[in-house]
Design a protein around this ligand. Sequence first.
Ligand code: AMP
Length: 607
Amino acid sequence: MSTDPAAELPFFYGCISRSDAEQHLKLAGMSDGLFLLRQCLRSLGGYVLSVVWNLDFHHYSIEKQLNGTYSIAGGKPHCGPAELCEFYSKDADGLVCMLKKPCLRSPDTPIRTGVFDKMRDNMLREYVKQTWNLEGEAMEQAIISQAPQLEKLIATTAHEKMPWYHGKINRQEGERRLYSGAQPDGKFLVRDKEDASTFALSVVYGKTVYHYQVIQDKSGKLSMPEGTKFDTIWQLVEYLKMKPDGLVTVLGEACVNGKVTEKTPSLPANRRAGPNGYTPPPRAVTVVPKAATAVPDSELLPMDCAGFNPYHNPNEIKKFNIQRDQLLMDEVELGSGNFGCVKKGVLRTDAGQIDVAIKVLKSDNEKLVKDEMMREAEIMHQLSNPFIVRMLGLCNAEHLMLVMEMAAAGPLNKFLSTNKDTVTVENIVNLMHQVSMGMKYLEEKNFVHRDLAARNVLLVNQQFAKISDFGLSKALGADDSYYKARTAGKWPLKWYAPECLNFHKFSSKSDVWSFGITMWEAFSYGGKPYKKMKGTEVGRFIESGSRMERPAACPERMYTVMTECWTYKQEDRPDFKKVEESMRSYHYSISSKAKPEEAEAAAEPTK
Ligand code: AMP
């Protein structure tokens, strides 16, 4: 699922040690500029470049920076490991020499997966299932949308799955376990310190057990006293298997904890292990979103909101007919349109209370408007995706009312223009990736939205977006790839692709064009597209081959996706499957990580 960005490179060896790297370089001839790339054992997401010069080895660590770029200390940033290596093959820029010849992996040397790589996918699933009580498609969507953040969370508890981790036992019990059975040098275990403040490492050497305290700094990084700092305890252990770093010996055989079970690792108890300092809030028991009180809104993951999967079994709550006495309507108006207004309310169900948005038809006599609302309800009724506003039902009382799940933070364009200072570009990429996931779902189900725009992307909170307003949407027939409108209506021309304007043809590909405009709105923090032009002028602008410029805050790679969405011929335009892939890969690549420090020093035995 989450592949390493270097996995495609023929000179990438994965998780191998420094001495293994040197062995490969020796076998390949030791010519000047011979190089290979390997996974960094210290920092999640980092690499090491090993280069030969003058019959000697040089190892450079490549750190993944907070903004998602990769760089060698003091060097230029690059958007990926491949780009970095290409750069240094043309310019030494501080290295001992230029990279001249890749040391290629032989067919019988597969990329060596790290200890965490092997368990990551299973752990992600178990973690999401247990923490957020998600299953099936909702679980898959949660994992895709938030994989980098989730990986960080689980990486911090992965040691609980390791055979050498013995939990909370005291020093004497540690010794007892190490002395039972054979006692080879390097046999070791890790335990929680008795006050649970950090870990302790117990190692056998010369039939004697030595105990070391693992130090934890203020940012949660772990090390031996004054030694190299690591994001997690299992990385420290892997490192100490190769380098004594002050211990009496390198770590060898694990003293196996017979009690390690297949249970899901627990949440970090005291945030000890959280490199991003994030502890998920407790899952709300009722379906009313309560999580918002536990963590700041800017840190909530979509899954923390009851709206991610408000009902275990959709059929329990999703009723087409809602009784009036189940519904409490607030005076607060969330917005309005030509049909009437949208009000805040609460829906009472057997499973609990749900905050809802209620679209109230203003005049039941206007048949056209009523039909339109019924069509919208019919479309929404068929859709179920975390990134699409769900309809919960219709209520026919004093007015016809369409009841939807609530997206309390409102339309994306307004949110961005009023929160410019607190919303980062990474945040926008995450939200637009979610929109692409919702649109990919629509494409798969053969629905065309026809009104995708930032005003119709509603936010549950700063980290969670949902597509709304299906007033113009159409379900295509199984054999149809587009919908042809007989006459032009009140259309959002600035969001429409050329084939919509010229031939009234609407498809998922024309939604892709609108997605590009929505991206432009998002990265310009709620700016108005083609500001100085009238809707009718935009057609001529597009026909002349012109396109909107890159908004100042928009990353180059996001502008590339945007301009691809504005490919004139719809057959050459990417579909949402492709767009979602591009959004996902960029989202994953820039998700921030903690930056490890460089210090290296020895630890003293405490015995
Ligand atoms: P619409 O005509 O569907 O675009 O709705 C008009 C306005 O009502 C939107 O721009 C939102 O401000 C608000 N609104 C609509 N649906 C919801 C919802 N599910 N949650 C919160 N606000 C909503």
